[in-house]
Design a protein. Structure first.
Length: 177
């Protein structure tokens, strides 16, 4: 317990020290205002962005840019804590600028998502999309066999699943529950 308290205290002190070194005028109002740069995935190595950042995350991006511009050495945890302190102490007018920017980014993302071959973000629950990429090919093969044969007998399905070694016993139990 004492170690966690020390870590939280260290994190708070580090974040406060980082805030003292930052130029708040470069964060409020934001330097990064271009929606294209905010939703850009090139620097993150991502293929598809599933959703746009909210106003706090846009603020965090600006804090990270300011940290990099000042060439300060801070890890992401400290940057996030510093951002949360700045966000908590920001005036409502300052937060509204970020909220408007986040809305603009969302509109830009939605208008360009079809041209960038981005899939629409889904809010539906998909419990069976939890396989690793290595298993997904085998899973598709099994699904195609099951669908093509219109099997209703669970023993035959179990045999197919065991043949492809897709599930352990616990997963099989959950699959048919």
């Amino acid at each position: 317990m004492a170690i966690q308290k020390f870590n939280l205290e260290f994190l708070n002190n580090s974040a406060s020290a980082l805030i003292d070194q930052l130029d708040r005028n470069n964060i409020f109002p934001p330097l990064l205002k271009d929606p294209e740069k905010i939703i850009s995935n090139k620097s993150r190595g991502l293929k598809v962005r599933k959703r746009t950042p909210n106003s706090f995350l846009v603020c965090r991006m600006n804090v990270q840019i300011e940290v990099a511009r000042k060439k300060l050495n801070a890890n992401m945890r400290v940057v996030s804590k510093a951002t949360s302190i700045l966000w908590k102490n920001a005036y409502p007018e300052e937060k509204n600028v970020y909220k408007q920017l986040a809305d603009t980014v969302k509109e830009h993302f939605e208008s360009t998502s079809t041209s960038l071959n981005c899939s629409e973000s889904k809010n539906s629950y998909e419990p069976y999309n939890t396989f690793s990429s290595r298993q997904s090919l085998k899973t598709n093969q099994v699904a195609n066999e099951v669908n093509s044969q219109y099997l209703s007998n669970s023993e035959v399905i179990l045999d197919l699943l065991n043949e492809y070694s897709l599930f352990n016993d616990n997963q099989l139990f959950n699959f048919f529950s």
